[in-house]
Design a protein. Structure first.
Ligand SMILES: Cc1cc2nc3c(=O)[nH]c(=O)nc-3n(C[C@H](O)[C@H](O)[C@H](O)COP(=O)(O)OP(=O)(O)OC[C@H]3O[C@@H](n4cnc5c(N)ncnc54)[C@H](O)[C@@H]3O)c2cc1C
Length: 385
């Protein structure tokens, strides 16, 4: 295949790549490549939702404080403020593209308010499909699936394109661009146990680092405490909103041990719960998520995706305590960027999980990740307009 040249080359079709492509299409032609199918992303797996202050009784100050507390105050404050204050605009943008959120917001660990906008219990799939629909009908965006970025090309210190591999035609070629956008998601597949899909291999970080871009906070890896842990079953995530709705974490003796570790118990931030579980594990305990005390009809209605998947794996959420353990879930650090997504290499930009904006600090607050992918891709950097 011959080399081509575009203004914007977007790598990745999760929330960050798709939303950036839509924003950028107002300013020039966009080529969006993705290594599998468009839908293959962590975004499409997200269950809980998107955090945003939408209720007059809630406040930006409270969402900011919750984000900083969860992040152990290692966050970049200006980035947190930008994230939280632009969240209502990000939700409005999705709604303008046809996304319908459920009326009642939910609560998740670390949040002091019911502020998680969601659509059932597989919000990410609906967000992903909404964005794919908008991108697919935009005449200024060309899409190439099964096309993997393998190397960033630099000239005089500037990123000017990439080497791509077309997995179906089995050929390698160059794509030149004014702006190279990395929206390649997380690194879960580098871990034995992860909630992340197969595509989350850290490609963007590997390529950026090989090109000499700065990385930051790579030590801040988030583990999720409630992941299905049973022999020969996948590491299926049990959303934090279950705990927001009253799910208990218990040990084999039915003890709700988290109260010993944090006053918020099941609603404490993820890192605190994981640390508590690791300490208890050393004493020989193992763990279950229990939702059996809740009304079974309501459980099936409110959590149909989780109920159906657990059934497939041999568990009934309304009758069984579900065996769980922590698993790798999210990279809080990544390619160091400013608030406009600029990396340390001119011409190279990064957004979404692969980027480190500083919003998450040492530990991400639940439902702030889809939000980050949206908020930071709504406005294109000035030099690219
Ligand atoms: C099970 C699960 C549940 C979650 N629940 C929530 C939630 O409720 N709320 C929340 O805020 N966050 C949640 N998260 C986190 C959130 O989903 C992700 O952080 C977010 O979707 C990342 O979006 P992204 O656009 O950065 O990356 P992704 O959505 O992962 O997209 C990355 C894209 O890049 C492509 N790609 C990667 N490498 C290459 C390459 N070399 N060449 C071409 N293409 C490439 C991939 O194929 C994919 O299309 C959850 C994550 C998981 C795994």
């Amino acid at each position: 295949m011959e080399s081509s040249s575009v203004k914007f080359l977007v790598i990745g079709s999760g929330i960050a790549g798709l939303n950036f492509a839509l924003s950028a299409s107002k300013y020039g032609n966009v080529l969006l490549i993705t290594k599998k199918r468009l839908i293959d992303s962590a975004t499409a797996k997200a269950q809980g939702g998107i955090a945003a202050v939408l209720d007059p009784n809630d406040s930006f100050a409270s969402h900011i404080k919750d984000t900083l507390v969860a992040g152990h105050f290692k966050n970049k404050k200006s980035a947190v403020e930008y994230l939280v204050k632009n969240a209502p605009r990000a939700i409005a943008r999705l709604e303008s593209l046809g996304m319908k959120f459920d009326k009642k917001a939910r609560r998740e660990g670390g949040h002091s308010f019911f502020r998680v906008a969601h659509a059932g219990d597989n919000t990410g799939a609906i967000v992903e499909k909404t964005l794919i629909k908008a991108v697919s009908k935009n005449p200024d965006i060309e899409i190439r699936e099964h096309t993997k970025a393998i190397k960033i090309i630099k000239k005089n210190g500037q990123a000017i394109g990439i080497i791509a591999h077309d997995e179906q035609k089995n050929c390698t070629y160059e794509i030149r661009a004014k702006a190279v956008i990395l929206a390649t998601g997380g690194i879960g597949q580098k871990f034995k146990n992860t909630t992340n899909p197969k595509i989350s291999e850290g490609d963007g970080i590997d390529m950026a680092s090989s090109a000499g871009a700065s990385l930051k906070d790579m030590q801040y890896i988030q583990f999720h405490p409630t992941v299905l842990f049973a022999p020969k079953k996948p590491r299926f995530l049990l959303t934090e909103t279950l705990r927001g709705e009253g799910a208990k974490i218990i040990n084999e003796n039915h003890e709700q041990f988290l109260k010993k570790y944090h006053p918020l118990a099941e609603l404490a931030p993820r890192d605190i719960i994981c640390n508590a579980m690791w300490k208890e594990e050393k004493k020989g305990h193992h763990f279950f998520l229990d939702f059996t005390h809740k009304d079974s009809k309501k459980t099936k209605k409110d959590f149909p995706y989780i109920y159906k998947n657990l059934k497939k794996y041999g568990f009934d959420l309304t009758k069984d305590s579900i065996p769980i353990a922590p698993a790798q879930h999210y990279l809080c650090g990544g390619i160091a960027v400013d608030l406009s997504g600029r990396t340390s290499i001119p011409g190279l930009y990064a957004y979404g999980e692969t980027a480190r904006t500083g919003v998450h600090g040492a530990n991400r607050l639940a439902s702030n990740s889809l939000l980050e992918g949206l908020v930071f891709t709504m406005d294109i950097p000035k030099e690219l307009r």
